[in-house]
Ligand binder design. Structure first.
Ligand code: OAD
Length: 239
């Protein structure tokens, strides 16, 4: 059956070939840090300087990477797909945005956004959030010097969950790309899709924890698998 409504979930694996490191390397460290030392509200309270610097470096590193063939293929799919489509990314990089995806939700926040712990405003942010000689950068809405990375840390609620749940409930094909299936709620989306009666497909470098839950799994690099799959689904609708 040709699908009409698509939900696509991406994780760090789609950006790996652009040069953005994945989270769960063989050493279990994320760029030299334990996740609990940089990606929890407790870590930020304990050592705000370390956490701000960590994300400042990740933000600055975005200037050195480009979207790859997999990001571009998903942007083409977004532009040409005649039915509903939602691209949900766990990634905090801006590579889907730069490739041109429009029907896109960042469920774990974005490096290029700052969040005011005072008034709750989120604002586009390009530079560092660490203190400078002039002091801590201030919120553009309330002026408080309480900005933090706009990243969903462990123990915090992911963004856009209502819209994501509604899209999954209405989809007939759910595709998971480049994610280890280790972090909930995203790891549970395949179950939600199955409950909704959707077909499910995994595209990942190697089998993931969730592979047995998918109707079909294809294994290999995203820059090969994703353009091939996009060409296939677009051909099925005559594009
Ligand atoms: P992981 O690092 O856990 O998993 C990356 C997945 O991508 C693995 O299954 C790899 O096999 C696969 N992979 C690596 N290179 C690939 C390639 N070239 N092509 C295709 N697949 C490839 O990253 P995520 O699953 O995204 O959360 O991690 C989920 C969340 O955990 C992240 O969003 C982050 C982290 O803690 C927050 O920051 C809140």
């Amino acid at each position: 059956m040709t699908p009409r409504n698509l939900v696509i979930l991406t994780g760090a694996g789609i950006s790996a070939e652009s040069g953005v490191p994945t989270f769960r390397g063989p050493d279990g460290l994320w760029e030299g840090h334990r996740v609990e030392d940089v990606a929890t509200p407790q870590a930020f309270r304990r050592d705000p300087v370390l956490v701000q610097r960590f994300y400042d470096l990740r933000r600055a590193a975005l200037a050195k990477v480009e979207p790859n063939a997999a990001h571009h293929a998903l942007a083409r799919l977004d532009a040409e797909w005649p039915g509903e489509l939602l691209l949900v990314t766990q990634n905090v990089d801006d590579l889907h945005d730069r490739a041109g995806s429009r029907r896109l939700r960042h469920m774990h926040g974005e490096l290029k956004s700052a969040l005011c712990a005072g008034c709750g405003a989120a604002m586009p942010w390009e530079g560092d959030l660490s203190n400078t000689d002039a002091g801590a950068p201030a919120c553009r809405r309330c002026g408080a010097a309480r900005l933090r990375p706009d990243i969903v840390w462990f123990g915090e609620m992911p963004y856009h969950m209502e819209a994501i749940a509604a899209a999954i409930a209405a989809c007939d094909l759910f595709v998971s790309i480049g994610t280890s299936g280790a972090v909930y709620p995203a790891a549970g989306f395949v179950d939600w899709a199955r409950e909704a009666g959707a077909a499910t497909l995994e595209l990942n470098l190697d089998p993931s924890a969730g592979t047995p839950l998918f109707d079909e799994a294809r294994h290999g690099p995203a820059t090969a698998l994703v353009p091939a799959w996009v060409a296939e689904v677009l051909a099925a609708v005559g594009r």
